[in-house]
Design a protein around this ligand. Sequence first.
Ligand SMILES: *[C@@H]1O[C@H](CO)[C@@H](O)[C@H](O)[C@H]1NC(C)=O
Ligand SMILES: *[C@@H]1O[C@H](CO)[C@@H](O)[C@H](O)[C@H]1NC(C)=O
Ligand SMILES: *[C@@H]1O[C@H](CO)[C@@H](O)[C@H](O)[C@H]1NC(C)=O
Ligand SMILES: *[C@@H]1O[C@H](CO)[C@@H](O)[C@H](O)[C@H]1NC(C)=O
Length: 417
Amino acid sequence: MAPALLILLGATVTLQADLLPDKKFLLLPPVNFTIKTTDLAQVLLRWEPNPDQEERNVKLGYHVKINSPQEEDYETRNTESRRTTILHKGFSASVQTIPWNDHSLPPSSWVSAELKAPPGCPGTSAVNLTCITSTEANTYTHLRPYQVSLHCTWLVGKDAPEDTQYFLYYRYGSWTEECQEYSKDTLQRNIACWFPRTFINSKGRSSLAVYVNGSSKEAVIKPLDQLFALHAIDRVNPPVNVTAEIERTCLTIQWKKPVSPFPIHCFVYEVKIYNTRKGFSQTEKVTTDTFIAIIDDISKYSIQVRAAMSSVCRETGLWSEWSQPIYVGNDEKQPWTEWFPVVLMAVICFLLLTFSLICRICHLWTKLFPPVPAPKSNIKDFFVTINYEKSGSGETDIEVVSYVEEPGFETLEDSVF
Ligand SMILES: *[C@@H]1O[C@H](CO)[C@@H](O)[C@H](O)[C@H]1NC(C)=O
Ligand SMILES: *[C@@H]1O[C@H](CO)[C@@H](O)[C@H](O)[C@H]1NC(C)=O
Ligand SMILES: *[C@@H]1O[C@H](CO)[C@@H](O)[C@H](O)[C@H]1NC(C)=O
Ligand SMILES: *[C@@H]1O[C@H](CO)[C@@H](O)[C@H](O)[C@H]1NC(C)=O
Protein backbone atom coordinates (compact mmCIF):
# COMPACT_ATOMS: atom_id res chain seq x y z
CA MET A 1 0.00 0.00 0.00
CA ALA A 2 2.70 2.49 1.06
CA PRO A 3 4.82 2.11 -2.11
CA ALA A 4 1.73 2.59 -4.27
CA LEU A 5 0.87 5.81 -2.46
CA LEU A 6 4.43 7.00 -2.85
CA ILE A 7 4.36 6.40 -6.59
CA LEU A 8 1.09 8.26 -6.90
CA LEU A 9 2.45 11.17 -4.89
CA GLY A 10 5.58 11.25 -6.99
CA ALA A 11 3.47 11.31 -10.19
CA THR A 12 1.42 14.25 -8.92
CA VAL A 13 4.56 16.18 -8.06
CA THR A 14 6.14 15.66 -11.47
CA LEU A 15 2.84 16.52 -13.13
CA GLN A 16 2.63 19.77 -11.23
CA ALA A 17 6.22 20.58 -12.05
CA ASP A 18 5.37 20.18 -15.75
CA LEU A 19 2.17 22.18 -15.61
CA LEU A 20 3.27 25.10 -13.48
CA PRO A 21 5.49 26.98 -15.97
CA ASP A 22 2.99 26.34 -18.80
CA LYS A 23 0.20 27.98 -16.87
CA LYS A 24 2.24 31.13 -16.74
CA PHE A 25 3.38 30.89 -20.38
CA LEU A 26 0.49 32.41 -22.29
CA LEU A 27 0.60 33.38 -25.95
CA LEU A 28 -0.25 37.04 -26.47
CA PRO A 29 -1.99 38.34 -29.60
CA PRO A 30 0.02 40.30 -32.18
CA VAL A 31 -0.07 44.11 -32.12
CA ASN A 32 -0.45 46.90 -34.68
CA PHE A 33 -2.41 44.72 -37.12
CA THR A 34 -3.10 46.77 -40.28
CA ILE A 35 -4.60 46.12 -43.72
CA LYS A 36 -3.45 48.39 -46.55
CA THR A 37 -4.43 48.50 -50.24
CA THR A 38 -1.20 48.19 -52.22
CA ASP A 39 -2.54 47.82 -55.78
CA LEU A 40 -5.74 47.11 -57.74
CA ALA A 41 -7.45 44.25 -55.91
CA GLN A 42 -4.46 43.70 -53.67
CA VAL A 43 -3.92 44.19 -49.94
CA LEU A 44 -1.05 43.86 -47.51
CA LEU A 45 -1.79 42.49 -44.03
CA ARG A 46 0.83 43.41 -41.42
CA TRP A 47 1.29 42.88 -37.68
CA GLU A 48 4.01 42.86 -35.03
CA PRO A 49 4.78 40.22 -32.41
CA ASN A 50 3.45 41.26 -29.05
CA PRO A 51 6.34 43.11 -27.27
CA ASP A 52 5.16 41.70 -23.93
CA GLN A 53 5.41 38.12 -25.12
CA GLU A 54 7.56 36.09 -22.70
CA GLU A 55 10.62 34.68 -24.43
CA ARG A 56 10.62 30.91 -24.21
CA ASN A 57 12.08 28.12 -26.18
CA VAL A 58 8.87 27.94 -28.25
CA LYS A 59 8.67 28.86 -31.92
CA LEU A 60 5.76 31.20 -32.68
CA GLY A 61 3.60 31.49 -35.74
CA TYR A 62 0.35 33.19 -36.78
CA HIS A 63 -3.05 32.00 -37.81
CA VAL A 64 -4.70 34.40 -40.26
CA LYS A 65 -8.41 34.30 -40.95
CA ILE A 66 -9.94 36.32 -43.78
CA ASN A 67 -13.58 36.97 -42.89
CA SER A 68 -14.77 38.84 -45.96
CA PRO A 69 -15.32 39.13 -48.87
CA GLN A 70 -14.54 35.40 -48.88
CA GLU A 71 -13.60 33.24 -45.91
CA GLU A 72 -10.09 31.91 -45.95
CA ASP A 73 -7.80 30.49 -43.35
CA TYR A 74 -4.03 29.93 -43.27
CA GLU A 75 -0.97 29.82 -41.01
CA THR A 76 2.33 31.63 -41.46
CA ARG A 77 5.55 32.43 -39.61
CA ASN A 78 5.85 35.83 -41.33
CA THR A 79 4.46 39.02 -39.89
CA GLU A 80 2.98 40.15 -43.18
CA SER A 81 0.92 38.66 -45.97
CA ARG A 82 -0.13 39.90 -49.40
CA ARG A 83 -3.54 38.89 -50.76
CA THR A 84 -5.21 39.34 -54.14
CA THR A 85 -8.91 39.87 -53.61
CA ILE A 86 -11.86 42.00 -54.63
CA LEU A 87 -12.17 45.08 -52.46
CA HIS A 88 -15.39 46.80 -53.52
CA LYS A 89 -17.30 45.03 -50.74
CA GLY A 90 -14.67 45.86 -48.12
CA PHE A 91 -12.21 43.48 -46.52
CA SER A 92 -11.75 42.18 -42.99
CA ALA A 93 -9.35 39.75 -41.35
CA SER A 94 -8.18 38.53 -37.95
CA VAL A 95 -4.89 37.16 -36.71
CA GLN A 96 -3.78 35.25 -33.61
CA THR A 97 -0.45 33.98 -32.25
CA ILE A 98 -0.04 30.22 -32.33
CA PRO A 99 2.70 27.86 -31.25
CA TRP A 100 4.48 26.59 -34.33
CA ASN A 101 4.76 22.77 -34.19
CA ASP A 102 3.77 22.41 -30.52
CA HIS A 103 0.00 22.09 -30.45
CA SER A 104 -0.36 21.50 -26.73
CA LEU A 105 -0.23 25.28 -26.08
CA PRO A 106 -3.48 27.20 -26.57
CA PRO A 107 -3.36 29.99 -29.23
CA SER A 108 -3.70 33.65 -28.29
CA SER A 109 -6.85 35.68 -28.62
CA TRP A 110 -7.68 37.32 -31.98
CA VAL A 111 -6.95 40.80 -33.22
CA SER A 112 -8.94 42.11 -36.17
CA ALA A 113 -8.78 44.87 -38.74
CA GLU A 114 -10.84 45.88 -41.72
CA LEU A 115 -10.91 47.97 -44.88
CA LYS A 116 -14.22 49.73 -45.38
CA ALA A 117 -16.02 49.29 -48.69
CA PRO A 118 -15.22 52.27 -50.94
CA PRO A 119 -17.86 55.01 -50.83
CA GLY A 120 -20.56 55.33 -53.49
CA CYS A 121 -24.29 55.37 -53.96
CA PRO A 122 -25.90 51.95 -54.29
CA GLY A 123 -26.84 51.00 -57.87
CA THR A 124 -24.30 53.36 -59.47
CA SER A 125 -21.48 50.90 -60.01
CA ALA A 126 -20.87 49.16 -63.33
CA VAL A 127 -22.47 45.68 -63.43
CA ASN A 128 -22.09 42.43 -65.39
CA LEU A 129 -18.44 42.98 -66.13
CA THR A 130 -17.10 40.33 -68.52
CA CYS A 131 -13.70 40.10 -70.13
CA ILE A 132 -12.14 37.98 -72.86
CA THR A 133 -8.47 37.66 -73.81
CA SER A 134 -7.07 36.42 -77.08
CA THR A 135 -3.59 35.77 -78.38
CA GLU A 136 -2.02 36.94 -81.61
CA ALA A 137 1.39 36.47 -83.15
CA ASN A 138 3.46 39.51 -82.20
CA THR A 139 4.42 41.42 -85.32
CA TYR A 140 6.20 44.20 -83.39
CA THR A 141 9.02 42.35 -81.71
CA HIS A 142 10.42 38.86 -81.72
CA LEU A 143 11.35 39.10 -78.04
CA ARG A 144 7.80 38.19 -77.12
CA PRO A 145 6.46 36.05 -79.96
CA TYR A 146 2.85 36.39 -78.82
CA GLN A 147 0.76 39.27 -77.58
CA VAL A 148 -2.47 39.13 -75.62
CA SER A 149 -5.37 41.49 -76.22
CA LEU A 150 -8.14 42.15 -73.72
CA HIS A 151 -11.76 43.08 -74.33
CA CYS A 152 -14.13 43.93 -71.48
CA THR A 153 -17.79 44.94 -71.48
CA TRP A 154 -20.12 46.06 -68.70
CA LEU A 155 -23.52 47.55 -68.13
CA VAL A 156 -24.31 50.93 -66.62
CA GLY A 157 -25.61 50.66 -63.03
CA LYS A 158 -29.39 50.93 -62.92
CA ASP A 159 -29.27 54.00 -60.65
CA ALA A 160 -26.26 55.67 -62.27
CA PRO A 161 -26.99 59.29 -63.32
CA GLU A 162 -27.02 60.06 -67.04
CA ASP A 163 -23.73 61.97 -66.83
CA THR A 164 -21.89 59.00 -65.30
CA GLN A 165 -18.58 58.19 -66.88
CA TYR A 166 -16.78 54.91 -66.20
CA PHE A 167 -13.05 54.18 -66.36
CA LEU A 168 -11.46 50.76 -66.60
CA TYR A 169 -8.07 49.55 -65.38
CA TYR A 170 -6.53 46.12 -65.39
CA ARG A 171 -3.67 44.74 -63.35
CA TYR A 172 -1.64 41.67 -64.23
CA GLY A 173 1.24 40.93 -61.85
CA SER A 174 2.80 44.32 -61.15
CA TRP A 175 1.54 45.93 -64.38
CA THR A 176 -1.43 48.27 -64.26
CA GLU A 177 -2.87 50.00 -67.32
CA GLU A 178 -5.79 52.28 -67.96
CA CYS A 179 -8.04 51.68 -70.94
CA GLN A 180 -7.38 53.90 -73.98
CA GLU A 181 -10.05 52.62 -76.38
CA TYR A 182 -13.58 52.79 -75.03
CA SER A 183 -16.90 52.07 -76.72
CA LYS A 184 -19.80 54.27 -75.65
CA ASP A 185 -23.57 53.99 -75.31
CA THR A 186 -26.03 56.55 -76.73
CA LEU A 187 -25.45 58.79 -73.71
CA GLN A 188 -21.68 58.74 -74.39
CA ARG A 189 -21.03 56.59 -71.33
CA ASN A 190 -18.19 54.10 -71.60
CA ILE A 191 -19.54 50.52 -71.69
CA ALA A 192 -16.71 48.49 -73.22
CA CYS A 193 -12.97 48.63 -73.51
CA TRP A 194 -10.36 47.19 -75.85
CA PHE A 195 -6.65 46.75 -75.13
CA PRO A 196 -4.96 45.59 -78.37
CA ARG A 197 -1.82 44.75 -76.38
CA THR A 198 -1.41 43.95 -72.70
CA PHE A 199 1.19 42.70 -70.24
CA ILE A 200 -0.83 39.53 -69.71
CA ASN A 201 1.18 36.34 -70.12
CA SER A 202 -1.19 33.84 -71.72
CA LYS A 203 0.69 30.94 -70.14
CA GLY A 204 0.76 32.64 -66.73
CA ARG A 205 -1.14 31.42 -63.70
CA SER A 206 -1.84 34.71 -61.92
CA SER A 207 -5.34 36.04 -62.02
CA LEU A 208 -6.30 39.18 -63.87
CA ALA A 209 -7.70 42.06 -61.80
CA VAL A 210 -10.09 44.46 -63.51
CA TYR A 211 -11.30 47.64 -61.84
CA VAL A 212 -14.03 50.00 -63.05
CA ASN A 213 -14.60 53.30 -61.23
CA GLY A 214 -16.61 56.26 -62.33
CA SER A 215 -17.47 59.90 -61.85
CA SER A 216 -20.62 61.98 -61.99
CA LYS A 217 -21.61 65.46 -60.86
CA GLU A 218 -24.74 64.13 -59.20
CA ALA A 219 -23.55 61.11 -57.28
CA VAL A 220 -20.53 59.30 -55.98
CA ILE A 221 -20.07 56.30 -58.29
CA LYS A 222 -19.28 53.06 -56.52
CA PRO A 223 -16.27 51.28 -58.00
CA LEU A 224 -16.30 47.64 -59.03
CA ASP A 225 -13.40 45.23 -59.09
CA GLN A 226 -13.35 41.66 -60.26
CA LEU A 227 -10.80 38.86 -60.59
CA PHE A 228 -10.64 36.60 -63.61
CA ALA A 229 -8.85 33.27 -63.95
CA LEU A 230 -6.97 33.47 -67.27
CA HIS A 231 -8.01 30.00 -68.43
CA ALA A 232 -11.67 30.91 -68.00
CA ILE A 233 -11.58 34.04 -70.16
CA ASP A 234 -8.98 33.11 -72.75
CA ARG A 235 -10.61 32.60 -76.13
CA VAL A 236 -8.41 30.22 -78.10
CA ASN A 237 -7.88 31.06 -81.78
CA PRO A 238 -9.53 28.77 -84.34
CA PRO A 239 -7.37 26.14 -86.04
CA VAL A 240 -5.64 27.32 -89.23
CA ASN A 241 -5.11 25.92 -92.72
CA VAL A 242 -8.09 23.58 -92.69
CA THR A 243 -8.10 21.35 -95.76
CA ALA A 244 -10.46 18.59 -96.87
CA GLU A 245 -10.26 15.98 -99.57
CA ILE A 246 -12.63 13.29 -100.80
CA GLU A 247 -11.27 10.08 -102.22
CA ARG A 248 -14.08 7.72 -103.15
CA THR A 249 -15.96 7.32 -99.84
CA CYS A 250 -13.20 8.73 -97.65
CA LEU A 251 -13.36 12.31 -96.45
CA THR A 252 -10.02 13.41 -94.95
CA ILE A 253 -9.89 16.67 -93.01
CA GLN A 254 -6.65 18.20 -91.78
CA TRP A 255 -5.70 21.40 -89.96
CA LYS A 256 -2.94 23.11 -88.01
CA LYS A 257 -2.98 24.12 -84.34
CA PRO A 258 -4.24 27.61 -83.50
CA VAL A 259 -1.89 30.58 -83.15
CA SER A 260 -0.85 30.12 -79.53
CA PRO A 261 2.25 29.84 -77.34
CA PHE A 262 1.00 26.42 -76.23
CA PRO A 263 2.43 23.39 -78.04
CA ILE A 264 0.52 21.09 -80.37
CA HIS A 265 -0.48 18.48 -77.76
CA CYS A 266 -2.33 21.12 -75.71
CA PHE A 267 -5.41 21.26 -77.92
CA VAL A 268 -8.60 19.35 -78.51
CA TYR A 269 -10.82 19.95 -81.51
CA GLU A 270 -14.37 19.66 -82.74
CA VAL A 271 -15.03 18.99 -86.41
CA LYS A 272 -18.41 19.93 -87.88
CA ILE A 273 -19.35 18.27 -91.17
CA TYR A 274 -22.46 19.62 -92.82
CA ASN A 275 -24.09 17.68 -95.65
CA THR A 276 -25.57 20.48 -97.75
CA ARG A 277 -27.85 18.18 -99.75
CA LYS A 278 -29.45 16.50 -96.74
CA GLY A 279 -29.20 19.58 -94.52
CA PHE A 280 -27.69 17.38 -91.84
CA SER A 281 -24.67 18.18 -89.69
CA GLN A 282 -22.49 16.03 -87.51
CA THR A 283 -19.94 17.18 -84.88
CA GLU A 284 -17.05 15.03 -83.69
CA LYS A 285 -14.50 15.53 -80.89
CA VAL A 286 -10.89 14.89 -81.92
CA THR A 287 -7.53 15.10 -80.12
CA THR A 288 -5.32 14.86 -83.21
CA ASP A 289 -5.07 17.25 -86.16
CA THR A 290 -6.62 14.89 -88.70
CA PHE A 291 -10.10 13.45 -89.04
CA ILE A 292 -11.27 10.81 -91.50
CA ALA A 293 -14.94 10.20 -92.13
CA ILE A 294 -16.58 7.57 -94.32
CA ILE A 295 -19.19 9.18 -96.53
CA ASP A 296 -21.76 7.23 -98.51
CA ASP A 297 -23.38 10.02 -100.35
CA ILE A 298 -22.74 12.20 -103.36
CA SER A 299 -23.10 15.60 -101.80
CA LYS A 300 -21.36 18.85 -101.12
CA TYR A 301 -19.95 19.12 -97.58
CA SER A 302 -19.21 22.23 -95.57
CA ILE A 303 -16.45 21.71 -93.01
CA GLN A 304 -15.53 23.73 -89.93
CA VAL A 305 -13.15 23.05 -87.06
CA ARG A 306 -12.77 24.71 -83.65
CA ALA A 307 -10.26 24.31 -80.83
CA ALA A 308 -10.06 24.41 -77.04
CA MET A 309 -7.28 23.91 -74.52
CA SER A 310 -6.85 20.36 -73.37
CA SER A 311 -6.79 19.69 -69.62
CA VAL A 312 -3.34 18.16 -70.20
CA CYS A 313 -1.84 21.66 -70.30
CA ARG A 314 -4.28 23.90 -68.47
CA GLU A 315 -7.78 23.90 -67.07
CA THR A 316 -10.11 23.83 -70.05
CA GLY A 317 -11.77 27.07 -70.97
CA LEU A 318 -13.77 28.45 -73.86
CA TRP A 319 -14.06 26.95 -77.35
CA SER A 320 -12.60 29.02 -80.16
CA GLU A 321 -14.76 30.39 -82.93
CA TRP A 322 -15.43 27.95 -85.77
CA SER A 323 -12.95 28.17 -88.64
CA GLN A 324 -14.21 29.63 -91.94
CA PRO A 325 -16.24 26.93 -93.71
CA ILE A 326 -14.53 25.09 -96.55
CA TYR A 327 -16.44 23.05 -99.14
CA VAL A 328 -15.69 19.68 -100.72
CA GLY A 329 -17.56 17.32 -102.99
CA ASN A 330 -20.46 18.24 -105.23
CA ASP A 331 -24.02 17.26 -106.02
CA GLU A 332 -23.05 15.47 -109.24
CA LYS A 333 -26.32 15.66 -111.19
CA GLN A 334 -26.95 19.29 -110.65
CA PRO A 335 -24.23 20.75 -112.89
CA TRP A 336 -25.13 18.47 -115.84
CA THR A 337 -28.85 19.26 -115.75
CA GLU A 338 -28.00 22.94 -115.39
CA TRP A 339 -25.61 23.00 -118.32
CA PHE A 340 -27.48 20.65 -120.70
CA PRO A 341 -29.89 23.22 -122.26
CA VAL A 342 -27.05 25.70 -122.70
CA VAL A 343 -24.87 23.13 -124.46
CA LEU A 344 -27.79 21.97 -126.61
CA MET A 345 -28.53 25.54 -127.68
CA ALA A 346 -24.87 26.12 -128.51
CA VAL A 347 -24.76 22.97 -130.67
CA ILE A 348 -27.95 23.96 -132.52
CA CYS A 349 -26.67 27.47 -133.12
CA PHE A 350 -23.37 26.12 -134.39
CA LEU A 351 -25.09 23.76 -136.80
CA LEU A 352 -27.39 26.49 -138.11
CA LEU A 353 -24.47 28.84 -138.57
CA THR A 354 -22.44 26.25 -140.44
CA PHE A 355 -25.41 25.41 -142.64
CA SER A 356 -26.08 29.03 -143.59
CA LEU A 357 -22.37 29.57 -144.23
CA ILE A 358 -22.32 26.62 -146.60
CA CYS A 359 -25.33 28.03 -148.39
CA ARG A 360 -23.68 31.40 -148.72
CA ILE A 361 -20.47 29.88 -150.05
CA CYS A 362 -22.49 27.99 -152.67
CA HIS A 363 -24.28 31.14 -153.66
CA LEU A 364 -21.00 33.06 -153.84
CA TRP A 365 -19.66 30.34 -156.06
CA THR A 366 -22.41 30.86 -158.57
CA LYS A 367 -21.86 34.61 -158.46
CA LEU A 368 -18.07 34.40 -158.80
CA PHE A 369 -18.22 32.00 -161.68
CA PRO A 370 -21.26 32.98 -163.67
CA PRO A 371 -22.47 30.36 -166.08
CA VAL A 372 -20.71 30.34 -169.49
CA PRO A 373 -21.02 30.50 -172.49
CA ALA A 374 -22.31 34.03 -173.08
CA PRO A 375 -25.41 33.14 -175.13
CA LYS A 376 -26.98 31.81 -171.97
CA SER A 377 -27.29 35.32 -170.59
CA ASN A 378 -28.86 36.43 -173.87
CA ILE A 379 -31.44 33.77 -173.53
CA LYS A 380 -31.99 34.89 -169.90
CA ASP A 381 -32.55 38.45 -171.12
CA PHE A 382 -34.83 37.09 -173.76
CA PHE A 383 -36.81 35.24 -171.14
CA VAL A 384 -37.14 38.30 -168.99
CA THR A 385 -38.15 40.45 -171.94
CA ILE A 386 -40.72 37.94 -172.95
CA ASN A 387 -42.07 37.86 -169.48
CA TYR A 388 -42.25 41.63 -169.34
CA GLU A 389 -44.16 41.59 -172.59
CA LYS A 390 -46.46 38.88 -171.36
CA SER A 391 -47.66 40.79 -168.32
CA GLY A 392 -46.74 43.98 -166.50
CA SER A 393 -47.73 42.67 -163.05
CA GLY A 394 -45.11 42.86 -160.26
CA GLU A 395 -45.92 39.34 -159.13
CA THR A 396 -44.63 37.86 -162.35
CA ASP A 397 -41.51 40.02 -162.05
CA ILE A 398 -40.61 38.51 -158.72
CA GLU A 399 -41.39 35.09 -160.00
CA VAL A 400 -38.95 35.53 -162.84
CA VAL A 401 -36.20 36.95 -160.66
CA SER A 402 -36.53 34.08 -158.23
CA TYR A 403 -36.49 31.75 -161.14
CA VAL A 404 -33.21 33.18 -162.33
CA GLU A 405 -31.68 32.85 -158.89
CA GLU A 406 -32.77 29.27 -158.48
CA PRO A 407 -29.80 26.91 -158.44
CA GLY A 408 -31.78 24.60 -160.68
CA PHE A 409 -31.50 27.28 -163.35
CA GLU A 410 -28.70 25.48 -165.04
CA THR A 411 -30.85 22.42 -165.73
CA LEU A 412 -33.51 24.66 -167.06
CA GLU A 413 -30.96 26.35 -169.31
CA ASP A 414 -29.80 22.94 -170.44
CA SER A 415 -33.28 21.93 -171.31
CA VAL A 416 -33.70 25.19 -173.16
CA PHE A 417 -30.72 24.31 -175.30
C1 LIG B 1 2.68 49.97 -32.88
O1 LIG B 1 2.31 51.23 -33.38
C2 LIG B 1 2.62 52.30 -32.55
C3 LIG B 1 2.07 53.57 -33.09
O2 LIG B 1 2.21 53.60 -34.48
C4 LIG B 1 4.11 52.39 -32.31
O3 LIG B 1 4.45 53.44 -31.42
C5 LIG B 1 4.61 51.07 -31.79
O4 LIG B 1 6.05 51.11 -31.68
C6 LIG B 1 4.19 49.93 -32.64
N1 LIG B 1 4.50 48.66 -31.98
C7 LIG B 1 5.34 47.77 -32.52
C8 LIG B 1 5.56 46.57 -31.74
O5 LIG B 1 5.84 47.93 -33.63
C1 LIG C 1 -26.59 40.97 -65.33
O1 LIG C 1 -26.28 40.11 -64.24
C2 LIG C 1 -27.41 39.76 -63.46
C3 LIG C 1 -26.94 38.98 -62.26
O2 LIG C 1 -25.72 38.40 -62.45
C4 LIG C 1 -28.37 38.96 -64.33
O3 LIG C 1 -29.52 38.61 -63.58
C5 LIG C 1 -28.78 39.80 -65.50
O4 LIG C 1 -29.57 39.04 -66.37
C6 LIG C 1 -27.56 40.30 -66.25
N1 LIG C 1 -28.00 41.24 -67.27
C7 LIG C 1 -27.67 41.12 -68.55
C8 LIG C 1 -28.26 42.12 -69.47
O5 LIG C 1 -26.92 40.26 -68.95
C1 LIG D 1 -10.23 55.61 -60.70
O1 LIG D 1 -9.16 54.83 -60.25
C2 LIG D 1 -7.88 55.28 -60.66
C3 LIG D 1 -6.87 54.26 -60.22
O2 LIG D 1 -7.03 53.91 -58.88
C4 LIG D 1 -7.64 56.65 -60.10
O3 LIG D 1 -6.37 57.11 -60.53
C5 LIG D 1 -8.71 57.58 -60.60
O4 LIG D 1 -8.55 58.85 -60.01
C6 LIG D 1 -10.08 57.02 -60.23
N1 LIG D 1 -11.07 57.84 -60.86
C7 LIG D 1 -12.18 58.22 -60.26
C8 LIG D 1 -13.11 59.06 -61.04
O5 LIG D 1 -12.41 57.90 -59.11
C1 LIG E 1 -0.86 27.95 -93.57
O1 LIG E 1 -0.81 28.16 -94.96
C2 LIG E 1 -0.09 29.30 -95.34
C3 LIG E 1 -0.25 29.49 -96.84
O2 LIG E 1 -0.48 28.30 -97.47
C4 LIG E 1 1.35 29.14 -94.92
O3 LIG E 1 2.09 30.29 -95.26
C5 LIG E 1 1.42 28.95 -93.42
O4 LIG E 1 2.74 28.70 -93.01
C6 LIG E 1 0.54 27.79 -93.00
N1 LIG E 1 0.48 27.76 -91.56
C7 LIG E 1 0.79 26.70 -90.85
C8 LIG E 1 0.67 26.83 -89.40
O5 LIG E 1 1.14 25.65 -91.39
